[in-house]
Design a protein around this ligand. Structure first.
Ligand SMILES: NC(=O)c1ccc[n+]([C@@H]2O[C@H](COP(=O)([O-])OP(=O)(O)OC[C@H]3O[C@@H](n4cnc5c(N)ncnc54)[C@H](O)[C@@H]3O)[C@@H](O)[C@H]2O)c1
Length: 263
């Protein structure tokens, strides 16, 4: 197994020569994951619907001497998903790692105020897009008998209050989907796992976290870690799950929440 020093303090198995799709790469956790996967030796295909930020990301990664390309795609579009998988396999011949990170929050809108439209939008991005992209990538992985899927779920995959009902239900769904993938394809060489972050400072939470008097900031500051997460705190664990070091992990939901859910 190859090794690569990510920092002087840690040595983890490298992703050398692995082809990794990272969705939601224009911002937050996906952005940090794309940079870290590239630093670990992967050829990263950075995907998002926001093209300017993607181009900036790819030029930063290349500036660091690592490898990445960008594909602008709306993951709720079946034709965009087909194009993304075709362009990636045409260029690189295969996909080894699929990091499903793109997601939307519902702004804590309560059930009685949640419209059908909001519910559908959350499920389209947080669940159906992941299901469709995974199904588009799985046949190639199964043919080679090897593939890694890393989904970004949430503490909202296990407990209430991390969002409104649309967000919480969609994140419970993605955890169930991750387990089902592990159950169905683990023996065929596919490893599917999820990272379950607590509150992370990203585009998704910036507004909520900017108000130091809000109940969210107070709650987060009371967790054992005493702070909210930075995207890199989550990307580190998402990197671990993508490497061979996590070879015995199937269908896990790894809590990375600073202790938010310990009680
Ligand atoms: N920030 C948190 O506190 C937190 C906590 C737990 C889980 N998560 C999860 O982490 C993941 C990443 O969120 P983040 O915090 O980095 O948010 P973010 O808003 O910073 O990034 C999300 C990215 O997804 C992209 N995206 C959304 N819909 C898309 C679509 N249809 N097609 C293509 N790209 C699309 C956005 O353009 C954006 O760049 C999400 O799945 C989120 O639910 C976040």
């Amino acid at each position: 197994m190859n090794t690569l020093s990510i920092s002087s303090a840690r040595v983890v198995p490298a992703l050398n020569d692995r082809i990794a799709i990272v969705t939601g790469a224009a911002s937050g956790i996906g952005h940090a994951q794309a940079r870290l996967y590239a630093a670990a030796g992967a050829q990263v295909v950075a995907v998002d619907r926001s093209s300017d930020a993607l181009l900036e990301l790819v030029s930063t990664i290349r500036g660091d001497g690592d490898k990445a390309v960008s594909i602008t795609a709306d993951l709720t579009s079946t034709s965009d998903i087909a194009r993304l998988v075709k362009e990636t396999t045409d260029q690189f011949g295969r996909i080894d790692i699929l990091a499903n990170t793109a997601g939307l929050h519902d702004g804590y809108v309560r059930s009685l105020e949640t419209s059908d439209e909001l519910w559908d939008r959350l499920f389209d991005v947080n669940v159906k897009a992941v299901f469709r992209l995974t199904n588009a990538v799985l046949p190639g992985m199964l043919e080679r008998g090897h593939g890694v899927i890393v989904n970004i779920a949430s503490v909202a995959s296990f407990v209430a209050g991390g969002g409104g009902p649309a967000y919480t239900a969609s994140k419970h769904a993605i955890m169930g989907y991750t387990r089902q993938l592990a159950h169905e394809y683990g023996r065929k060489g596919i490893r599917a796992n999820a990272v379950c972050p607590g509150m992370v400072e990203t585009g998704m939470t910036r507004e909520v976290l900017s108000d130091s008097t809000s109940r969210f900031v107070k709650a987060v500051n009371a967790v054992p870690a005493g702070r909210f997460a930075q995207p890199e705190d989550i990307a580190d664990v998402a990197l671990f799950l993508a490497t061979d070091a996590a070879r015995f992990m199937h269908g896990a939901g790894v809590m990375v929440d600073g202790g938010l859910t310990v009680r």
